[in-house]
Design a protein around this ligand. Structure first.
Ligand SMILES: CC(C)(COP(=O)(O)OP(=O)(O)OC[C@H]1O[C@@H](n2cnc3c(N)ncnc32)[C@H](O)[C@@H]1OP(=O)(O)O)[C@@H](O)C(=O)NCCC(=O)NCCS
Length: 201
């Protein structure tokens, strides 16, 4: 089973080249310490809607540096899509290998006990890369990474806002099933969804 330290020491273990349906190539790879600037450019360019749908701590260089500093320090594994040959980051795919107590609580109330073989996932693509099937094309790579960390199910990190139909459709078509809706501290409604990796994804 892979560890975050091993990935940080050898990012090529999780690196893949993907030819997108509309022609260009992207590299799917772990975030590395040298990514702060292109990651900041990616975050800064996100539209207000993408920022609302996909919550990040910030959208500037400081936020990007924080994400790079977190590599192999906590439970997070961040993967990026990097356009070839420009080096532009066009997607951030985030796995959290530890569960939050609030997730454990909510799922328990829905009759689904979470375990140490579950993980959390969230995806954000650059606005000009959304709605073109890119997220679906790379999802099998994400699922494979989760499996290599010994995970058997994936839940949505913080759920998905109920007024984000594209993301809900995206998760559904990639095998996630709805678990239940909940209201966040800010009053927004979100949906919990879970994917069973043993069901052949
Ligand atoms: C969510 C996201 C990662 C999905 O990746 P993607 O590459 O855009 O998704 P795909 O194109 O593979 O699939 C989207 C699906 O939603 C459908 N869709 C698009 N807009 C829709 C809408 N308004 N209502 C319902 N379905 C919609 C698409 O037709 C497609 O389904 P189909 O293949 O059955 O036709 C990406 O759109 C994104 O980064 N969005 C902004 C941030 C975000 O919402 N993140 C999720 C936070 S939980």
């Amino acid at each position: 089973m892979l560890t975050l330290r091993e990935v940080a020491d050898n990012p090529s273990a999780l690196t893949d080249r993907v030819v997108l349906a509309d022609g260009p190539e992207v590299t799917f790879r772990p975030l590395v310490p040298g990514d702060a600037e292109p990651l900041a450019a990616f975050l800064a360019a996100l539209s207000p809607e993408s920022r609302r749908f996909s919550t990040h701590g910030g959208h500037d260089l400081a936020a990007a540096v924080e994400l790079c500093d977190a590599i192999a320090r906590y439970d997070k594994l961040r993967l990026v899509l990097e356009e070839v040959p420009s080096g532009r980051i066009t997607g951030l795919l985030e796995l959290s290998l530890d569960l939050h107590p609030s997730d454990i609580d909510r799922y328990r109330r829905s009759g689904i006990p979470l375990t140490a073989t579950d993980c959390r996932f969230g995806a954000t693509l650059a606005d000009d890369h959304q709605g073109k099937g890119v997220g679906t094309q790379v999802f099998p790579l994400v699922a494979d990474v989760a499996r290599r960390f010994g995970r058997r199910r994936i839940i949505l990190w913080g759920g998905v806002l109920t007024d984000n139909p594209r993301a809900i459709r995206y998760y559904e078509k990639n095998g996630f099933r709805p678990v239940g809706a909940f209201t966040g501290a800010d009053g927004t409604r979100s949906l919990d969804m879970i994917l069973d990796l043993d069901r052949g994804f």
